[in-house]
Design a binder for this molecule. Structure first.
Ligand code: NCD
Ligand code: ZN
Length: 377
């Protein structure tokens, strides 16, 4: 039995308030504990989005009642919330109550996109440098985000890096001393985009690395939708080759129901909390990753980047040798599917102890609703 510190997932879409048919603070924190994650940082693209004190309190009230693991909630950058008005405090005045500031610079699920760079400026100027700014920014927009970090001399954290050009630019920026950190999601390390030129027969795998993948073109294509999109084998290989540039693993757990994913207008996003650890441990068993990599990228670095407190008497117990098949039917997430259905993995979370209490044991969540703490309170 391997004993590890509780994981931190800095990128989780909880869906509450507003879309609890996909997930809520109860189910998402059950999924987290089942995945060995004891702290989640919640994204603000809910309904309504979390963008001021009133909406922050809406999310935190639900979390306080329902969360079974520890958490903090991000604020979303909007076109006019960097500065206050008569009825609303500016974001920087409530920054210490939040995980940090999330800025959507590229299009994605939700309403928080900031197109014009003049809308980025007041956030970079006003948001405290001690509190992280996380960017959803892809490709050249990411380069612009890194330039902003340099100009305003403040840390930025790049969410879900997926491309060769992105990881290589982040490496170069770090070498220049620019305050940039980044995260990579398991789906961008373990899945590639199916080639549009070589349609696969129904039910066959979508990518070379794992022929048991459930995606077949024409069938459930909406299940492939995710932002950033799945990339090429060359992108994936470059991420693996630059493991030392990756600061954190983050799931970008973005649950949508199977019905929504298989509809004519499928929303982008994959669930990921319960597949993170088995995928990473399987990579360890194949000597593609070390336990030390996992501890740094899932515990030590996110704790440092997001200024998270230590969790006393908190650990997870993992059976490294347990082999099994990933099945959506065994998951706690409400969304009812996983892009890794049928994958053979090695490494199972047996037990999670959170602040001295057994929170998960042998397939059962034992932590009560409301046991989770807001780490910014
Ligand atoms: C996310 C979602 O569904 O909220 N979807 C996704 O594909 N990653 C939005 C996001 O993180 O951009
Ligand atoms: Zn996300």
């Amino acid at each position: 039995m391997l004993k590890l510190p509780g994981f931190i997932d800095p990128h989780v879409h909880v869906r509450e308030p507003g879309q609890t048919h996909k997930e809520d603070w109860d189910t998402v924190t059950q999924a987290a504990l089942a995945g060995g994650v004891t702290t989640i940082l919640a994204m603000p693209n809910t309904k309504p989005p979390i963008f001021d004190e009133a909406t922050l309190n809406l999310a935190l009230t639900a979390a306080k009642q329902k969360a079974r693991c520890d958490y903090a909630q991000f604020l979303g950058a909007g076109p006019d919330n960097a500065v206050g008005d008569g009825s609303r405090r500016p974001l920087h005045e409530i920054a210490d109550k939040a995980a940090g500031l999330k800025m959507y610079l590229d299009s994605t699920f939700g309403e928080l996109r900031l197109d014009d760079m003049t809308l980025w400026m007041p956030h970079f100027i006003n948001f405290p440098k001690s509190s992280p700014i996380v960017l959803h920014s892809e490709s050249r927009t990411m380069a612009a985000g890194i330039l902003f970090a340099a100009i305003y001399d403040r840390p930025v954290h790049i969410a879900h890096v997926s491309l060769k050009e992105e990881i290589l630019l982040i490496k170069a920026a770090k070498e220049k001393g620019i305050k940039v950190t980044c995260e990579v999601c398991p789906h961008h390390l373990f899945l590639t985009s199916p080639s549009p030129l070589t349609p696969l027969p129904q039910g066959e795998g979508n990518h070379a690395a794992n022929p048991t993948s459930p995606f077949g073109r024409g069938q459930g294509e909406g299940r492939l939708e995710v932002r950033p999109r799945l990339a090429t084998q060359e992108d994936v290989d470059t991420l693996w080759a630059n493991m030392d540039v990756i600061d954190c693993f983050a799931t970008d757990h973005a649950p949508h129901t199977l019905e929504e994913k298989d509809s004519d207008n499928p929303p982008p996003g994959f669930p990921g909390l319960e597949t993170l650890l088995p995928l990473l441990l399987t990579a360890v068993s194949e000597s593609r990753l070390t336990i030390d990599d996992i501890i740094h990228k899932s515990v030590i670095n996110p704790r440092k980047i997001f200024h998270l407190p230590e969790q006393p008497e908190t650990w997870i117990e993992v059976d490294e040798d347990s082999k099994y098949e990933i099945k959506a039917a065994n998951q706690f997430t409400r969304c009812g599917w996983t892009p890794f259905e049928g994958w053979q993995v090695k490494g199972r979370v047996r037990r999670v102890v959170l602040r001295g209490e057994v929170a998960f044991d042998d397939g059962k969540v034992l932590a009560e609703k409301g046991y989770g703490r807001n780490v910014r309170a």
